[in-house]
Design a protein around this ligand. Structure first.
Ligand code: AHN
Ligand code: ZN
Length: 307
């Protein structure tokens, strides 16, 4: 047990992340309904996210594209890109996806498989942490580096479990991030990136994700050290979790930005290693824990204020 050690060596820097605020930002997204591609809820929530980043002093860019899903469906996609300190040359990428999965195809009850996921954790939590970060950065005014907050669209339209005839299943995920990385929309490339995926779940721990270690081990070390310094080392074990096909993979491969994924790993969960609510109808506000949001938000602040 290293918890005493973790507290003893903690040296938090920067503003205090407000988990109540991040929780409220998560709830507001859910209040639109599941933000499934091509739906009214998706459209309305996208406008709300744009307005919030503008309210917190960011310059916002919308990267729109018609993206083709695995089955040929055209997805009206918008990556929402919010620049904090837009003129700073040294920039850091913080990203998350904002769309909801159309199918709860990992639900233990198969009659739920074609229902949409509310995506309180798998979508809303990452955007909520980014909005709270933007709010804190604007209030504090001390950060001199730039931050590019990117809300990726069309992450969660990956081939559903019941479809067996599609060979390139991995490419069907993270369509918005693939588009961003292959059509890089800004002149200045961020030095490194941090993806926030499912950062509000109860009982979550963030093991070192395998693809992140392969592509960007220095960034992994930096973030896991920052978690200890912020006092949240118990949420970030120094052990390797799974390898995840997620938005950070195309950002590493096609944009060349060393980018890591903060994503939960539940070694003992039967339902999924991403936790019991992943791609189920139970991914709702009831299973969001403010302490998890706090651990992740304060860790990202620690990274930004240690540069
Ligand atoms: C796969 O299931 C292949 N990747 C998980 C990426 C993901 C989905 N993250 C959130 N939802
Ligand atoms: Zn998902």
């Amino acid at each position: 047990d290293n918890s005493a050690d973790t507290v003893a060596t903690a040296k938090p820097v920067g503003p205090t992340f407000d988990a109540d605020s991040a929780y409220a930002f998560t709830a507001t997204q859910c209040d639109f309904g599941p933000r499934v591609m091509n739906s009214t809820a998706h459209e309305k929530c996208g406008k709300w996210i744009v307005d919030k980043f503008k309210e917190y002093g960011c310059e916002v860019q919308e990267q729109k594209a018609d993206l083709k899903a695995y089955d040929g469906t055209i997805l009206k996609s918008t990556n929402i890109i919010a620049h904090f300190n837009p003129n700073a040359k040294k920039r850091i990428l913080i990203c998350a996806h904002w769309d909801s999965r159309p199918w709860a195809d990992n639900d233990p009850d198969s009659t739920n498989h074609k229902k949409p996921v509310m995506a309180a954790n798998d979508g809303a939590s990452g955007v909520a942490v980014m909005l709270e970060l933007a709010r804190q950065l604007q209030a504090d005014k001390k950060l001199t580096v730039g931050v590019d907050f990117v809300c990726f669209d069309a992450e969660d339209w990956g081939v559903p479990r019941w479809e067996t005839q599609y060979p390139n299943a991995d490419d069907s995920w993270a369509l918005g991030a693939q588009y961003y990385a292959k059509n890089f929309p800004t002149a200045v490339k961020p030095e490194f990136g941090i993806l926030l995926d499912m950062v509000g779940g109860e009982g979550a721990q963030f093991y070192r994700e395998g693809m992140s270690v392969q592509f960007a081990s220095d960034v992994v070390n930096r973030v896991w050290e920052a978690a200890k310094a912020a006092g949240f080392g118990s949420y970030f074990p120094d052990a390797i979790g799974g390898m995840v096909t997620d938005d950070h993979v195309p950002v590493n491969q096609f944009a060349g930005i060393p980018t890591i994924d903060i994503i939960p790993y539940y070694p003992d969960c039967q339902q999924s290693s991403f936790g019991p609510t992943w791609h189920t109808v139970n991914d709702t506000m009831e299973h969001i824990d403010k302490n998890t949001l706090q651990a992740v938000g304060q860790t990202v602040i620690q990274v930004l204020y240690s540069l």
